[in-house]
Design a protein around this ligand. Structure first.
Ligand SMILES: Cc1ncc(COP(=O)(O)O)c(C=O)c1O
Length: 376
């Protein structure tokens, strides 16, 4: 347990406390309803979440990892296919891709946005011995949208499907359009510390294709199209009524909370600019970040993290190891000929400063002071 004076980089208990009355009422309502699985709360949340993202359909599932796997399966991905994602993502993205039976391939990132580099991907796919890629999973990491206009253009040329990993980017926009609404489908996680977080696991697939939505709905429940009749082998991956009811309460405050994240990020960017060796995150022109993380880079990352900890500021490293250097994936995933240098460098240098919406002004100033004294 961190001591109570510490400032945490994410605080699920503070998120619950901010919504305590609404959450308790939602739980009570579900308990009294006697309907605990795939009932009116899930249906209502699915409508509300689809409307928020701007898609025609949202299908509630058990986690973000499941959302990715089911979306890839609904897109027709299976054993023998090649699926590319960004090398600096969390291992959940890689696990979901491999669970479909597909071969995992990695591409490098754009260092300014920490997201999949369309230029690096294009260079690889245009090479004479490039693999035939069936799907690409851009990851909107830290709340920063990947370059979806460029990736959509590449998808048209090379004929691959785009399945967005939007687990860290609820509500982020690029060119005015929300993430999740660009590809064949988008996958969201409602893990408790996400920008929209449940009090347990949860996830959703969003899409505007009715056949795709029908397939995900069938896959999430034993492959049933009609009750008790399986039209294909399926899974049990359902968002439950309690989590859906809680998510509906929190969805009502998502834009306000994103506004608070943006205000904290703006204050950090003003107060921390110009410090030696400290690289601040930037919002790519034309996109609207939702600041799931405020990620700085520093060549002495470990020393900076220790210094912050000595001042009771707990800054996290998301993520210290790229996929191809993880014990589970090392020496067996498909690597691009142009390398993964930017992803490797990012993993060595990134550090997340606390940015959650319940962070008070005093805590924010303490974080700033702690970073500034390191630099000094
Ligand atoms: C980028 C990304 N993808 C996928 C996931 C998996 O989501 P979940 O933990 O809900 O399975 C997460 C969450 O940890 C994530 O951050």
């Amino acid at each position: 347990m961190p001591d109570p004076e510490s400032i945490l980089s994410a605080d699920p208990r503070a998120s619950w406390a901010a919504h305590a009355i609404g959450v308790s009422e939602a739980i009570e309502r579900v308990l009294r309803s006697g309907k605990y699985i795939l009932g009116p709360e899930v249906e209502a949340f699915e409508r509300e979440w689809a409307a928020y993202v701007g898609c025609a359909f949202s299908i509630g599932v058990a986690s973000g990892t499941d959302a990715l796997e089911l979306a890839l399966r609904a897109a027709g991905i299976s054993a023998g296919d090649v699926v590319v994602t960004a090398a600096n993502t969390v291992t959940a993205t890689a696990a979901a891709i491999e669970r479909t039976g597909a071969s995992l391939a990695l591409a490098d990132i754009d260092p300014a946005s920490f997201t999949l580099s369309p230029a690096a991907l294009a260079e690889w796919l245009d090479a004479p011995d490039a693999p035939e890629v069936r799907a690409v999973v851009p990851v909107h990491l830290y709340g920063q949208p990947a370059n979806m206009p460029a990736l959509c253009a590449l998808a048209r040329v090379h004929g691959f499907k785009l399945i967005e990993d939007a687990a860290q980017a609820h509500g982020a926009r690029v060119a005015g359009r929300r993430v999740g609404d660009w590809g064949a489908a988008g996958a969201f996680s409602f893990y408790p510390t996400k920008n929209l977080g449940a009090i347990g696991d949860g996830g959703a697939v969003v899409t505007s294709d009715p056949d795709f939505a029908t397939r995900v709905r069938s896959l999430r429940q034993y492959g049933w199209k009609d009750r008790y009749v399986a039209s294909e082998p399926g899974f049990n991956s359902r968002l439950d009524e309690l989590q859906a009811a809680i998510l509906r309460v929190k969805l009502g405050s998502l834009d306000t909370e994103t506004g608070r994240r943006r205000a904290i990020a703006a204050r950090y960017r003003r107060a921390l600019s110009g410090l030696p060796d400290l690289v601040l995150p930037t919002e790519v022109a034309g996109s609207e970040m939702v600041w799931h993380q405020f990620v700085v880079r520093h060549p002495e990352r470990a020393a900076l993290q220790r210094h912050l900890e000595s001042r009771r500021v707990l800054a996290g490293v998301l993520y210290p190891t790229p996929i191809h250097l993880q014990p589970a994936y090392r020496d067996r995933v498909m690597m691009p000929p142009n390398g993964l240098e930017e992803a490797e460098r990012a993993c060595r240098e990134v550090l997340s400063l606390p940015v959650h919406p319940q962070l008070g002004d005093d805590d924010m100033e303490r974080v700033i002071e702690a970073v500034r004294t390191f630099a000094g």
